[in-house]
Ligand binder design. Sequence first.
Ligand code: ADP
Ligand code: MG
Length: 418
Amino acid sequence: MEKFTNKMTVQDIDVTGKRVLVRVDYNVPLDETGQVRDNWRITASLPTLKYLLSKNAKIILLSHLGRPKGSVNPAMSLRPVQAELARLLDHPVDFADDCIGPKAQKAVGLMRNGDILLLENLRFHAQEEANDPEFARNLSALGDIYVDDAFGTAHRAHASTEGITHYLPSVAGFLLEEEINCLSREPADPQRPYVAILSGAKASDKIRLIENLLTHADKIMLGGGLANTFLLAQGYDMKNSLVDLERVDLARELMARQEGAKIVLPVDVIAAEAVRAGAGHKTVDLEDIPPGWGTVDIGPKTIDIYSQAVMTAGTVLWNGPLGVYEIPEFSKGTALVGRAVAQSRAFSILGGGDLAAAVRRDGLTDKINHICTGGGAMLAYLKGKPLRAVEALTDKVAAFPLDPSLDIEAQMQEGTFF
Ligand code: ADP
Ligand code: MG
């Protein structure tokens, strides 16, 4: 797996007094009153922001929130983040109602060293996701240096993640650097047995990762919609369970193609009449899902099997909760296997917004080696897909005044450059 150690980081560039555009991932959940319900993504950005403050930079924050699909939607304003960030940093944070144009320009023009300015949701403009060059250039004109600290969007080439790098020196922030360095530990030299857990709702995204994991993991244990799809492919009648009908053939093919029995499926489940708190539910074997009911969690026998596997693992990679963790009655699988991972001596990497929320709620974060803030980016990376935004960052060598008569490659190999 490629490491990005050749990319410049925020520590490799002089930021003092500069206007530093920082792409953060403040795609945080808001509650009914519009307040930040879970601030961990904001907390995760603090090391980079504190560093920039210590260097007296002017900090201009870029982010998206939700999917406003190119039009202004007040329910997806980043304003609630302004107050939360100011509280967490204990430092004033200004806000501009637009991320480009006169409002943004004026706000940036007023900044002094050590000021922080949060710009409104990038995705209020359709050009952001379209990676429109003109939009990217307009964003870039607000700053002198670009810092990418948004791992969650690292696999996407958007104007604020890739386009902008064509116009500014572009470096990684601490969070992005940490995520990548940690993930880079994954397939290179995993302690064995290497046990993967893939679950959650998005079978279509995750099934391709199984293909990749089959070559280097020792066990791949499934839950959620992914498990349902595989069980259907095995001939079980999954009744009203969440399945991905378009992936059933692929599931069958992967089961047939695996060496030994690497892919592990639930042997029992919690079935419920609806995915709703208070709905009737019971533990059943796979043949016994009542008509019209669907799975909402793995059952106790499966919890034992999965827990045993992670307790004796050398490496655990886990993406997606094992059940409908949002509803207490259906959260046992995620909680108990989570506890087993926490107790295990295995090196553990967890990812996915929902799984991360579940383990935080269960108070297990301290006992997990690494929790990825961006599930999609983690999956893309582990599938071997390029992280477009990271690739676009400035290479370390390019920062040095180069003598064209010298053979750079050779110098790098000799280590005289670093
Ligand atoms: P992550 O964000 O961790 O990658 P996903 O977004 O893929 O995970 O899936 C999380 C969602 O999957 C949760 O909302 C959870 O309720 C749901 N889920 C888990 N198991 C089931 C199941 N058996 N049936 C329906 N939904 C499920
Ligand atoms: Mg999710």
